[in-house]
Design a protein around this ligand. Structure first.
Ligand code: AP5
Ligand code: MG
Length: 221
């Protein structure tokens, strides 16, 4: 089963991907996480991507597609995966469909998380992430048991470099200009399921599992 979690920055893609991974035992493919790992490793790809990510722009389709191609062809993706943050342009979506076609696979569900922009800004400014295991938190909405410390591995939590005010505003604009149009693209393919991303994290998990288990609940608009 192949799932795409779709939505603007801060809509909860990463948070809900963690749930899908645990419930359905399929790996998460987050292009943002892969790019941040490349930046941290100071690889040539990471050095190229850093300035673009810090400014809130999109890394080239060619680079991200290369990362996704390598990842989906690995053995642990054979029975499915959950994509988080990819595709983000029509061209990436076209390439994904062609790529999956080559493995006789398809996208089964696109789950779109809809959240208004004021809430997105407050979520991103309060987000904290574990630099070791990648688990995500929020200083108000999703607190760790001990302030500033990861529940899973005990590492000190950090704020992402692109969660500064100006970069957040740019990321939201880039989403509207280059990514939002994918909703009608997926709707035309009959695979789009919209859920409100504004409820509690557990309510959204329930809606997502209903969509996947029953294959259809959720606003099909
Ligand atoms: P990426 O890492 O994908 O970032 P993003 O899309 O901007 O999304 P975020 O990770 O910021 O938000 P999220 O939806 O995962 O929300 P989260 O669950 O953390 O990409 C980063 C950059 O990499 C891009 O800007 C671009 O430069 C590059 N890139 C990546 N993919 C690319 C691609 N395909 N093409 C080109 N470039 C690419 O939640 C946010 C916060 O809210 C957390 O604190 C969380 O605890 C909290 N929260 C979550 N759900 C709820 C809830 N229901 N109620 C209250 N709080 C909640
Ligand atoms: Mg994320």
């Amino acid at each position: 089963m192949n799932v795409v979690l779709f939505g603007p920055p801060g809509s909860g893609k990463g948070t809900q991907a963690q749930f899908v991974v645990e419930r359905y035992c399929i790996p998460q493919i987050s292009t943002g996480d892969m790019l941040r790992a490349a930046v941290k490793a100071k690889s040539p790809l990471g050095n190229m991507a850093k300035a673009i990510m810090d400014a809130g722009g999109l890394v080239s389709d060619e680079i991200v597609l290369g990362l996704v191609k390598d990842r989906v062809s690995q053995d642990d993706c054979a029975s499915g995966f959950v994509l988080d943050g990819f595709p983000r342009t029509i061209s990436q979506a076209d390439s994904l469909i062609t790529l999956l076609d080559g493995f006789s696979k398809k996208i089964d569900f696109v789950i779109s998380l809809d959240v208004d922009s004021q809430e997105l800004i407050s979520r991103l400014s309060g987000r904290r992430t574990c630099p070791v295991c990648g688990k995500g938190y929020h200083v108000i909405y999703n607190k760790p048991e001990r302030e500033g410390v990861c529940d899973s591995c005990g590492a000190l939590l950090v704020q992402r470099d692109d969660d500064t005010e100006n970069t957040v505003i740019n990321r939201l604009n880039v989403y509207e200009m280059q990514t939002a149009a994918l909703k009608s693209y997926f709707k035309d393919l009959g695979i789009l399921h919209c859920v409100s991303g504004s409820g509690s994290i557990s309510d959204i998990q329930t809606q997502i599992s209903s969509i996947i288990d029953i294959g259809g609940i959720g606003d099909h608009s």
